[in-house]
Write a protein that binds this ligand. Structure first.
Ligand code: SAH
Ligand code: SF4
Ligand code: F3S
Length: 486
């Protein structure tokens, strides 16, 4: 984890008056210091440091939020751990599909057992699941040992909520329906020293008919370009060479700013930051992907030649009911244009199988797009009914055995094509950004090509965060074995 030295200095300078300041981020900084005092007191009385763990479910947006939670816990003086045997445990939850939800309930039972052994333990829940009233009701009823619950809109207030939870024995609940607020300048503790996610926008306005994200993440809000650039410049100074710009639909970035900016223009500004080597982004919605973006990507030295472009379904009929606002033909035309301008680009996607009313013919259209586009990889999902979304009340839900059969056929095709595509760099020497020592063989390191493919090659920890040329000697399905070029 990266250090937070700047933040320690800043907190040391804060004067603790009787009342916390009203404005942000000063108010949260005041509460971080207050939390620090409480943690220190407790730690002295126990005669050991206090430990905290943050567990993330869900997407990269949640991963990034968790880094911010860790930043605040670190600033408050907790030792961060990966284990649930800790003094403060927070689950940052996801509800995009039902199984994400079930996992959290499963783990909660286990946490309750731990709390019996350590009655001082504080258990907190936050994230997308907590924006659903029936979830919160269930937790209040069946998991009353939970100390703190908050949602996605007030996560910036975590320091304040932490202090309230530490000072009170009752369950603290604070959930907002929506917000238009973006609070800048709060700390984050990164999982990797050399790469980082950067939020460029929050929320989603698209309301795809199967999807719960707009209901739990609220309306689309973009950060100002100058705030994004300042954050990335700070990250680069701190050793970051790769950023992943994050949003549910990055292609509509900046449309609602007082001075509108396009995503392509933002990318050009990010590209100019000296010392930054690689730029990635996710997720792109096909309906908003502009020619300007394709141009900027094609000309760029830093934007990785990789586009994650969720298809969801290959059937124009289903796409319409999904409210995706593009047709099969428009999607195919887009990918052809991308391949024309960037022949080597990696294309990846998300596909849902078993959306209400999906017929075998509709499914065949999806297989047809997969064969035509030839994705490098694809995330395939079984449709999951989410309460409150339009699709959940559609009548013709597809039987489970039919969905399972389609899912298996799709997966087999996606994997076969993915393997063939992955092998296309065999024998070439390409730059690899080293991420870690190989978890199975300590004589190897593991890194990624610009296309996002994984490469293992002989090396040691001194290479982590460095970009080195590697000859790709052998392709094993979805990854390469290689050796360092001289
Ligand atoms: N904003 C992104 C995706 C966010 S959710 C986009 O529009 O592409 C990530 C993926 O989860 C989606 O692309 C979709 O394939 C899948 N997903 C969302 N809701 C789902 C549901 N109800 N059932 C199954 N998969 C779902
Ligand atoms: Fe969900 Fe659609 Fe928004 Fe993506 S664009 S988060 S799939 S509603
Ligand atoms: Fe899940 Fe929320 Fe992300 S529902 S996919 S964690 S935005």
């Amino acid at each position: 984890m990266s250090a937070l030295t700047d933040y320690e200095g800043m907190l040391a300078a804060i004067k603790m008056g009787d009342e916390p300041p009203a404005e942000e981020p000063a108010r949260q900084q005041w509460y971080m210091k207050k939390a620090g005092e409480l943690v220190k007191e407790k730690s002295l009385s126990l005669g050991r440091p206090l430990r905290a763990m943050v567990k993330t479910f869900g997407c990269q947006m949640n991963e990034r939020d968790s880094e911010k939670l860790r930043g605040i816990l670190d600033a408050a003086g907790y030792e961060l751990t990966e284990e649930e045997e800790a003094d403060f445990v927070i689950y940052n939850t996801c509800t995009v599909r039902e199984n994400a939800n079930l996992k959290v309930y499963g783990r909660l039972g286990y946490l309750g057992g731990l709390k019996k052994k350590n009655p001082d333990m504080v258990i907190a829940l936050c994230g997308c699941m907590m924006q659903e009233p029936e979830v919160v009701e269930k937790i209040r009823r069946s998991y009353s040992f939970v100390d703190l619950i908050f949602g996605t809109h007030n996560i910036y207030k975590f320091a304040e909520l932490l202090v309230t939870a530490l000072e009170n024995d009752r369950m603290i609940l604070d959930i907002w329906k929506d917000t238009d607020k973006i609070v800048e300048e709060l700390p984050a503790s990164r999982t990797y020293a050399f790469k980082s996610g950067v939020n460029i926008m929050f929320g989603c306005n698209n309301f795809c008919s199967y999807c719960i994200v707009p209901y739990v993440r609220g309306r689309e809000r973009s950060r100002r370009p100058e705030d994004i650039i300042r954050e990335i410049e700070g990250l680069v100074k701190d050793g970051v060479v790769e950023v992943m710009l994050l949003g549910q639909n990055v292609n509509s970035y900046g449309k609602n700013l007082p001075e509108p900016v396009t995503f392509a223009r933002l990318l050009k500004q990010v590209e100019e930051i000296p010392g930054l080597e690689r730029i990635r982004f996710m997720t792109s919605h096909p309906k908003d992907l502009s020619d300007e973006l394709i141009e900027v990507m094609a000309e760029s030295k830093k934007i990785c030649p990789h586009l994650h472009l969720p298809l969801q379904s290959g059937s124009s009929r289903i796409l319409k009911i999904m409210n995706r606002r593009y047709t099969k033909e428009q999607y195919l035309a887009l990918t052809e244009k991308m391949r024309e301008k960037m022949p080597d680009i990696s294309l990846t996607t998300d596909i849902i199988v078993g959306f209400p009313g999906e017929t075998e013919e509709d499914f065949q259209e999806t297989l047809d797009v997969v064969r035509k586009v030839r994705y490098d990889s694809a995330f395939t999902f079984i449709y999951s009914r989410r309460t409150g979304t339009p699709a959940a009340v559609m009548e013709n839900q597809v039987p489970e055995d039919v969905v399972k059969d389609r899912f298996d056929r799709l997966l087999a095709l996606v994997q076969q094509i993915g393997k063939e595509r992955s092998a296309r760099f065999l024998g070439q020497t390409l730059p690899v950004l080293v991420e870690q020592v190989n978890s199975q063989d300590a004589s190897l390191v593991t890194g990624r090509l610009a296309s996002n493919l994984v490469v293992h090659f002989p090396g040691d920890a001194s290479l982590i965060g460095k970009t080195v040329d590697v000859t790709l000697e052998e392709c094993r399905g979805f990854y390469y074995m290689g050796y360092r070029a001289r």
